[in-house]
Design a protein around this ligand. Structure first.
Ligand code: CUO
Length: 728
C-alpha cells in the first residue's frame, strides 16, 4: 500500500455505497437511495463550496432538492438544474424530503465568504444556535433535511463546525465517521502554493496517472528564524487535526448537555498543559529555550509567523504577523467585538486573587472553594471560558479573547477589512509560535493554583507492598533503553477540497516526524494479596537549556504522558509488557487520518468517530538528537482501588485514547487528578526526581536518537516487527 492514510475516504464511500446498494430501487433513469440512509449526511462534507445539486463523491450522488431548498441564486434556473440531474451518468439519486424549517436568521448572519472562529463571541453564538437547532431535530430524517437546506446558505466553516458537533452528539449519527478536516478544508493544513498545481494536475492528467505534489518540510520559513527549528511540530497536520477535534468534543458553549461533561475544565487544562510540555521537550531537543509566557501584553511580540495558507472560502490568504507587532485594544464592528487589553488584565488579576484566596465568587455573590480535586475544573471553566463559568461578568473570557486579540493584531479596528490570523482558528492555532506563548501563560495560572493546594504526601504516592524492581525500553534495531526517531513522508488526498476541479484523487506528500515502535517492560514485586494497579508512564528531558540537571519543581512541568493502563497484580513477581501502539495517549497513525484499510469491518469503522481523538502516534516520542538526547523514563504503579471510576462498560468496541481526550458519554476513567503524580509541587524537602521516588516508582535514563533519514509513505517503511522479549 503506497499511501497510508489517504485511502480511507473513498473506501468509506464505497462502504456506504455498498450498504446503500442493499436498498436501491433500480429505475430506468437512475438508481435511487433511500433518503434516510445513515451515510447520506457524509456527502454534505464533500466539496463544501460547490452547490449541493452538483454530483457528490465518486459515486455521482445527486441530491434532488425541492425548489425552496436551492440557494436563492439557483431558484430561478430550476429547469437548467433539473437537466443537469438528468444528464449525470450512473448517478444515484437522493430525493430530499422537505420539512417545516426552523428560524435560521441568527446563523445566517455570517456571510458565506467570511472567515469563522468559535473564539469570537458573536460567531460562537451563531454556531451554538445552529448546533442547538440541529440537535433539536426529532428524527434523523429531519436533521438530514435541515442540514441539506443549510448547506448552501450558511457560512461553510461555521456549517462544518456546527454539523460536526451535532453529529458527534446525536445518538443517530454519533457512530458515523466524520471526514478528516484536512480533506474537507485542505487550505487550513497545506501550503497554499500547492492548490494551483493540484488544480492543474486534476485538469490535465487523468485520475490514475496523477503524481503526488511534494511539500518540502521547510516551506513556511528558513533556518534564519530559530523558531523554525520546531516548525515540524507546530505545523504537523496530525496534531493540528487533534486540536480541532478536541474543541469539537468540548465546545465552549451551546446546550448544557454537550458542554457539561465529566471534568471538562480539568481536561482542557491537562490537554493544553501537555501540549506545552511536549513543545518544550521538542525545543530543548532542538537547542531552543523553553517557551516564554506571554505575560506583558503591552510589549511588542517578538515572534512572527507567515502561514503560507490560502483560504478557499474567502479566497484570501491568511494574514501574517510581523516581528515585534504591538497588541492593541480591539474594536471591530464588523465582528461585533470590542474589548481592551485592560479588560484582560482586570480578569487576570481577579483570577489570581481568587486562586490566592482559595475561592471564587459566583453570580449570587457566594464563595465557592477551589478544592484540591475540583478547584482546577472550576478555575478552567472561568478561564477557558465556557458557559460553565461561575461568574462570567467577574472573571470574563480571558483565554478566548486572548486568541482574538492576537488574531486581530494586524487590524484591530478593521480599517483594512482584514480577517483574523491562524491564532484565532482552532483548526490552525498550533502552527503559530505565539500559541505556545499564550498557552504557557494560561498554564501558569493553573500552575499557580496547583502551587497553593496541598502537596502529595508519601502515602498518597505509595502503593503498599508494591515495588517496581526493573524498567526497560526495547526498540527494534536500537540499543537497550533507546528510542529512535526519523522522518516519514505521507500522502493526503486534496481532491475533496478541490472544489470545481475534475474528480479523482490528487495527492500531496508531506514530511512528518516518526518513531520506531517500542515496548516498555516492567518487573513489579507485589508482596501483598492479588490486586489491581494502574501503570503510569511519563517521559521528560533530563537536562535544561544549559545541560544541567533540573530541579523537580521545573522538570515536573516537562513530563509528557506516554501511557496509562490498568494491570492485575498477582502476589510475587509480575512481568508487564506494553507496546507503544497500545498507548492510552495516542491513536494509531491510520486512525488519525481514518484509513479504513487498516480496519475493515464496518462495525469497527463506525466506531472511528469517538476513537478518532488522541495524540497522533507518530508524534508520541519527541524528536531526538543524532548524538542521542538524554531523557528520564518514569514508571509508577498506583493503587487501582483508589484510581478506579465506577461506570458501565463502553458501548463501543474501540480502544479510545482517553488520556488527553476523555471518553465519550462516560466519566474520565481515572479518579486521580490529571497529570498525577506530577501535577503538584513536590513535597517539602524533595528537590530532585530521585528524592521524589517511592518504592512503587521506577526510573531509567534513556536516549532518544534521531536519524535524518526520511522513509517513504506507508507502514511498511516503519520498522514494525518488535523484537523477541528476553528476560529482564
Ligand atoms: Cu485549544 Cu486556546 O484552546 O487553543
Amino acid at each position: 500500500m503506497e499511501t497510508l492514510f489517504v485511502w480511507w475516504w473513498p473506501l468509506l464511500l464505497l462502504f456506504v455505497r455498498h450498504a446503500q446498494a442493499q436498498r436501491l430501487n433500480i429505475t430506468t433513469a437512475s438508481r435511487s437511495i433511500a433518503f434516510n440512509n445513515p451515510g447520506n449526511i457524509l456527502y454534505l462534507f464533500d466539496r463544501v463550496t460547490e452547490p449541493l445539486f452538483l454530483p457528490k463523491g465518486e459515486e455521482n450522488i445527486v441530491f434532488k432538492l425541492p425548489t425552496e431548498y436551492l440557494a436563492p441564486r439557483y431558484q430561478s434556473i430550476v429547469s437548467e438544474i433539473t437537466d443537469r440531474w438528468g444528464g449525470v451518468k450512473n448517478r444515484m439519486e437522493i430525493d430530499v424530503k422537505p420539512i417545516t424549517l426552523p428560524d435560521l436568521s441568527i446563523p445566517m448572519t455570517l456571510g458565506r465568504g467570511e472567515n469563522f472562529s468559535p473564539f469570537l463571541p458573536h460567531h460562537r453564538q451563531m454556531a451554538s444556535r445552529l448546533v442547538e437547532t440541529f440537535l433539536g431535530m426529532r428524527t434523523y430524517e429531519d436533521f438530514l433535511s435541515l442540514s441539506i437546506y443549510c448547506r448552501d446558505r450558511i457560512n461553510p466553516y461555521m456549517y462544518t463546525y456546527a454539523l460536526s458537533i451535532a453529529m458527534l452528539h446525536r445518538s443517530d449519527t454519533n457512530e458515523l465517521p466524520l471526514p478528516p478536516l484536512p480533506e474537507v478544508f485542505p487550505d487550513k493544513y497545506v501550503d497554499g502554493a500547492v492548490f494551483s498545481r493540484a488544480r492543474q494536475e486534476a485538469n490535465v492528467v487523468s485520475s490514475g496517472n496523477r503524481l503526488p505534489i511534494v511539500i518540502p518540510l521547510d516551506y513556511t520559513a528558513s533556518d534564519l528564524d530559530p523558531e523554525h527549528r520546531v516548525a515540524y511540530f507546530r505545523e504537523d497536520i496530525g496534531i493540528n487535526v487533534l486540536h480541532w477535534q478536541w474543541h469539537l468534543y468540548y465546545p465552549f458553549s451551546g446546550l448544557m448537555q454537550i458542554v457539561k461533561k465529566d471534568r471538562r475544565g480539568e481536561l482542557f487544562y491537562y490537554f493544553h498543559q501537555q501540549i506545552i510540555a511536549r513543545y518544550n521537550f521538542e525545543r530543548l531537543s532542538n537547542k531552543l529555550a523553553r517557551v516564554k509566557r506571554l505575560l506583558n501584553w503591552r510589549e511588542p511580540v517578538e515572534e512572527d509567523y507567515f502561514p503560507k495558507l490560502d483560504n478557499i472560502v474567502s479566497s484570501r490568504v491568511w494574514p501574517p504577523r510581523n516581528a515585534f507587532t504591538t497588541l492593541r485594544d480591539i474594536n471591530r464592528e464588523l465582528d461585533q467585538i470590542k474589548f481592551d487589553i485592560q479588560d484582560l488584565e482586570r480578569w487576570r488579576d481577579r483570577i489570581y486573587e481568587a486562586i490566592h484566596s482559595g475561592s471564587v465568587v459566583n453570580e449570587k455573590k457566594q464563595l465557592i472553594e477551589l478544592t484540591e480535586m475540583d478547584g482546577i475544573d472550576i478555575l478552567d471553566n472561568m478561564i477557558d471560558a465556557s458557559i460553565l463559568s461561575v461568574n462570567p461578568n467577574l472573571y470574563g473570557d480571558i483565554h478566548n479573547l486572548g486568541h482574538v486579540m492576537m488574531g486581530f493584531c494586524h487590524d484591530p479596528d478593521a480599517r483594512h477589512l482584514e480577517t483574523f490570523g491562524v491564532i484565532a482558528d482552532p483548526a490552525t492555532v498550533m502552527r503559530d509560535p505565539i500559541f505556545y506563548r499564550w498557552h504557557a501563560f494560561i498554564d501558569s495560572i493553573f500552575q499557580e493554583h496547583k502551587k497553593v493546594i496541598p502537596r502529595y504526601t508519601v502515602q498518597q504516592l505509595s502503593f503498599d507492598k508494591v515495588c517496581v524492581t526493573a524498567v526497560e525500553v526495547i526498540t527494534e534495531k536500537a540499543p537497550k533503553n533507546e528510542f529512535s526517531t526519523f522522518w516519514q513522508q505521507s500522502d493526503i488526498d486534496l481532491s475533496r477540497g478541490l472544489d470545481f476541479a475534475p474528480r479523482g484523487p490528487v495527492f500531496v506528500r508531506y514530511t512528518h516526524l516518526q518513531h520506531a515502535p517500542f515496548i516498555t517492560k516492567l518487573q513489579v514485586q507485589n508482596d501483598g494479596p492479588p490486586r489491581a494497579g494502574t501503570v503510569r508512564i511519563f517521559l521528560a528531558p533530563k537536562f535544561d537549556e544549559r545541560g544541567l540537571p533540573m530541579l523537580l519543581r521545573d522538570q515536573r512541568l516537562l513530563f509528557i504522558e506516554i501511557d496509562k493502563f490498568p494491570v492485575q497484580l498477582k502476589t510475587g513477581s509480575n512481568i508487564i509488557q506494553r507496546r507503544s501502539d497500545e498507548s492510552s495517549v495516542a491513536i494509531p497513525f491510520e486512525r488519525t487520518f481514518r484509513n479504513l484499510t487498516g480496519v475493515g469491518e464496518s462495525q469497527q469503522a463506525a466506531a472511528f468517530t469517538f476513537c478518532g481523538c488522541g495524540w497522533p502516534q507518530h508524534m508520541l516520542i519527541p524528536k531526538g538528537r543524532q548524538e542521542g538526547l538524554s531523557a528520564e523514563y518514569f514508571v509508577m504503579v498506583s493503587d487501582g482501588s483508589v484510581d478506579k471510576v465506577e461506570q458501565p462498560p463502553p458501548e463501543q468496541n474501540c480502544r479510545a485514547a482517553h488520556s488527553y481526550c476523555g471518553l465519550h458519554k462516560r466519566r474520565y476513567p481515572d479518579r486521580r487528578s490529571m497529570g498525577y503524580p506530577f501535577d503538584r509541587v513536590p513535597r517539602d524537602g524533595v528537590n530532585t526526581l530521585r528524592e521524589f521516588m517511592t518504592p512503587n516508582m521506577g526510573i531509567i535514563d534513556v536516549k532518544i536518537r534521531h536519524s535524518e533519514i526520511a522513509v517513504g509513505p506507508g507502514p511498511g517503511n516503519v520498522p514494525a516487527t518488535l523484537p523477541n522479549l528476553g528476560e529482564l
